[in-house]
Write a protein of this length. Structure first.
Lengths: 226, 226
DNA sequence: TCTGTATGTTACCTTTTTGTTATATATTTT
DNA sequence: AAAATATATAACAAAAAGGTAACATACAGA
């Protein structure tokens, strides 16, 4: 994702802070939105879907802690990062902040360089987070983002359907996935495929990953075993 | 196993990280032990037998990768889970980590919620009872998700009808299921099968599970007894 | 467009599961 | 105890389910 596409919501009741922080982050190329209290912050967050919210703890109307809690309740914002602005040495705010679901905190007074580097770090993490779909089962590593797997250190690229099938089965090792379920999750309910389609794909996975990993449960479906 | 009984060894050279991670995991009810470098980590691991080790990659004295390798060599710790703390985007650490025998990794900076949920996921294996669809009766464990049963620690795979019949009878141990009822629930009302079909299936279960577990109630049906 | 890969289909084979039959055994009733 | 009824068992038969190979189609990239 490009910097220009990243929105940061800045929340503080002191215009000075808004300006100085806003200036520094704009200079870095981020899109800045501001709010002056918790209430406004929650509203704007809901509307604008920022990637990062920088929240002052002490504010009129609704303080940062509460705003944070509110925001964390909004499902569409679950991937949004939240960081607090706290006065130095306010241990309480930090703990309370993490409890409320914050990801980091920045201490006042604000040093522009520290601020910018923290923000960069947080957003880098954001990018990371999006890419975090790694699953390890025994000697098999599945990278859901890159659609590839790693078996005993050897990289294998699987066709999409095979990958998705593997991905489904490994999502709950041991659990038997019924044919219906597989069809639904991998092919989609609308698509109608022949009765042998799943088998064929299982066979291909067996060839590539290993015979023993996929157990047939006759009359029911398939399961992945460790 | 109860949460209070689960020990987590936390290894990082930055006191801040130890504190924040420790705080969050303590809050979840886990027992926390800490170490500041790889050497200490290996020592403490050997002594304390933690269930999970959270290991920073970059540390003085001995880095996380090496510590992990050392720990993996200790037979008594073979069931211990190890997860790394890696800095953003360090693909190298991830691969090297898995190579060294790690089970997962967590990216820095740490997001408390992600941390906690990852830890929970990793430790789930210690809490077997939480699994849904598991039924324990005496020395018999019936796992409806995995379509398998476990008798005195030995795994037995049953064909579908047998599994369903067993599943039905054990759903209310002691209760007599009438033949009609069994036919209805296991075969479905529409299907018409001969009069000896149930008996034959009961016989097969008796062969596999044990004669005494299935009592015939003449003129009525069958029941499962503990 | 051509080419190669991915996906899906078909037909046939093998195995397993399921059900039936005939007979033996047990239980109850008369 | 004999008859009637119900269940157990073994051997067998039928059906279902899955495996496989070869082929067909779709689709993406050169």
């Amino acid at each position: 994702m490009d910097k220009q596409d990243i929105k940061i919501l800045l929340v503080d009741d002191e215009p000075d802070i808004l300006e100085i922080v806003g200036y520094n982050l704009s200079a870095e190329g981020y899109q800045i939105i501001t709010a002056e209290n918790g209430l406004q912050a929650v509203k704007k967050a809901k509307k604008e879907h920022p990637h990062l919210i920088i929240l002052d703890v002490m504010m009129p109307e609704m303080d940062g802690i509460e705003a944070c809690e509110q925001i964390r309740k909004i499902p569409s914002l679950k991937d949004t990062m939240i960081t607090f602005l706290t006065a130095r040495g306010e241990d309480y705010s930090q703990v309370a902040g993490f409890d409320a679901g914050a990801d980091d905190y920045i201490t006042k007074p604000i040093k522009p360089k520290v601020l910018v580097s923290k923000v960069k770090a947080l957003l880098r993490r954001y990018k990371q987070e999006e890419k975090e779909g790694m699953l390890k089962i025994g000697n098999l590593v599945i990278d859901r983002d890159e659609y590839k797997i790693n078996l005993n250190g050897e990289e294998i690229i699987l066709p999409r359907k095979e990958f998705e099938l593997l991905s489904l089965l490994t999502s709950k090792p041991g659990k038997v996935f019924k044919r219906d379920e597989i069809l639904d999750k991998v092919w989609g309910n609308e698509v109608i495929v022949g009765g042998r389609t799943i088998d064929v794909h299982i066979r291909k996975l067996r060839e590539k990953i290993g015979d023993d990993s996929f157990r047939t449960v006759k009359g029911v479906g398939y399961k992945f075993v460790d």
